[in-house]
Design a protein around this ligand. Structure first.
Ligand code: PGA
Length: 248
């Protein structure tokens, strides 16, 4: 049985005041922590503050990005060891915004995944297609090549031990969610692809992300291969995020 995971990706939002109130509201509002794992991914500079607020709670901490380098002359980078040091369990790698706006290619994402995992973090690998790719029938090919780059870097068992977030780019921040059936099809495809290379496919948690909201979370999470969600906008409002966590 895979344990559900709901992770909040705060993106470039937050302040010390907001971290204090949002983290406490999330901790106090969770109903079923044992069944569903919950994580929050604030910006780097607030990780330590969030970590102290999370002391004694089961809510996990994640980073939104991680360096592909271990240490050295890499101005502006934050390493996997540093993230562990400040209390992170997870690191998101390959979010579509990083791929599109910061030119992270499949090879770079594979290295980040591997470095994070080797350091002891659980990477959350984001994959997904653009609307154009979906309309031209290329969804599976795009997702497969994103997954294969990670298999090349970390092995298929490595991939299966991480978390995968299927996030169709056309659904991110647009209010347009994939239907549960559309999402399930891709999740099943991802699990089958892993199964071809690893015996751990059934353990791998595959999250859906892209305009998950309180009113669509339950139907998405009811699909057999959807093991939780990566939540952007709705993770910034404690009330909305809690409804989503409790739906899982
Ligand atoms: P969204 O973002 O929930 O705001 O669509 C999801 C994500 O980018 O992880």
């Amino acid at each position: 049985m895979r344990r559900r995971l709901v992770a909040g990706n705060w993106k470039l939002h937050g302040s010390k005041t907001m971290v204090n109130s949002l983290v406490s509201d999330v901790i106090n509002g969770l109903e079923n922590e044992a069944r569903t794992e919950v994580a929050i991914c604030p910006p780097f500079v607030y990780l330590q503050q969030a970590d102290s607020l999370l002391t004694g709670s089961a809510v996990r901490l994640g980073a939104q990005n991680v360096s592909a380098e271990i240490e050295g002359a890499y101005t502006g980078e934050v390493s996997a060891a540093m993230l562990l040091d400040v209390g992170c369990t997870y690191a998101i790698v390959g979010h579509s915004e990083r791929r599109a706006l910061y030119a992270e290619d499949d090879d770079m994402v594979g290295r980040k995944f591997h470095v994070a995992q080797q350091a002891g973090l659980t990477p959350i690998l984001c994959v997904g297609e653009t609307l154009e790719e979906r309309n031209s029938g290329a969804t599976e090919a795009v997702v497969a090549s994103q997954l294969k780059a990670v298999i090349a870097a970390a092995g298929a068992d490595g991939l299966a031990k991480g978390v995968i977030a299927y996030e169709p780019i056309w659904a991110i921040g647009t209010g347009k969610t994939a239907t549960p059936q559309q999402a399930q099809e891709v999740h099943e495809f991802i699990r089958e692809l892993i199964r071809q290379h690893s015996s751990l496919a059934d353990q791998c948690r595959i999250l859906y992300g892209g305009s998950v909201k309180p009113d669509n979370a339950a139907e998405l999470f009811a699909m057999p291969d959807i093991d939780g969600g990566l939540i952007g906008g709705a993770s910034l409002k404690a009330g909305d995020f809690l409804v989503i966590c409790n739906a899982a």
